[in-house]
Design a protein around this ligand. Sequence first.
Ligand code: FAD
Length: 310
Amino acid sequence: AFEVLVVGGGPAGAAAAIYAARKGISTGVIAERFGGQVLDTMAIENFISVNHTEGPKLGAALENHVREYDVDIMNLQRADKLIPAANPGGLIEVRLASGASVKARTVILATGARWRSMNVPGESEYRNKGVAYCPHCDGPLFKGKRVAVIGGGNSGVEAAIDLAGIVASVTLIEFDSQLRADAVLQAKLRSLANVTVITSALSTEVHGDGVKVVGLSYKDRNSEEMHRIDLEGIFVQIGLVPNTEWLKGSIALSPRGEIEVDARGQTSLPGVFAAGDVTTVPYKQIIIAMGEGAKAGLSAFDHLIRTPVA
Ligand code: FAD
């Protein structure tokens, strides 16, 4: 059994594993895909002290750094059940989809999240070529350009407000007949001169020129008429889904399915910590996931030195 078992090999999991291993305790990492969401990213310009890098490069660097230490990496393995220790200080079990089972005195959950996509033609083809999901990450790449934001919930309206200060114009497209964001955000949005709001609209296709995005089609759900907007960027803001389906019923989750953690990354289960995009901690970013992962690694160590072995 491991002293620390990390589930997830993204920025949060990598940081947790390195912090644990540096305490000289036996550390394992189970990851479906080492590198996580970073692998799907092109330009990264907000990883402080690194002016510019690319996802695949940072993903490889994460794995390299973890491999500097005596960490047992179980890559291409999916965890599908968490079984709490039978008694305090006992072993926690993580069952894998392969049927195998891994035990540990502490577990750090860092399974991240995934952006919900529109599932329309052109979206995946032009991902990172105009189709974006993270305004904090990619907003500045569209300086002076025309963009659309898909989704009129809090994240869509926040994104539109944020982008309006950077880009030439923002068209916010909402499926419903009204926006669902908080009233104060809607008021702020409507005060901005370069934002147009279109409701009752279903996005139907992302258009590109073979290299990058050039437009977006949507259907007016009242008139059934099709419209096309010329633009350079599309920010899809219809939800970030935490990868916690496998944890339902075993640990406290927020109504949005995020793992509830305290300031030390402690979850509702003793000896189980969590970090990164999978938790209730706001602002889903690489640098934040790494900081939270480091914190969870230190919290797991702290738990181990205070808990007698069962
Ligand atoms: P993730 O990166 O999601 O990693 C989760 C890990 O858990 C993966 O290894 C995954 O395979 C594994 N996993 C999931 N479920 C299981 C399971 N059941 N069993 C085993 N393993 C599992 N942030 C920035 O700061 N700057 C940017 O420029 C930026 N650009 C982005 C661009 C795109 C297109 C996307 C999608 C995200 C971007 N982000 C950016 C956000 C950033 O990638 C995330 O905040 C960060 O990766 C979160 O790290 P994490 O370790 O919490 O989760």
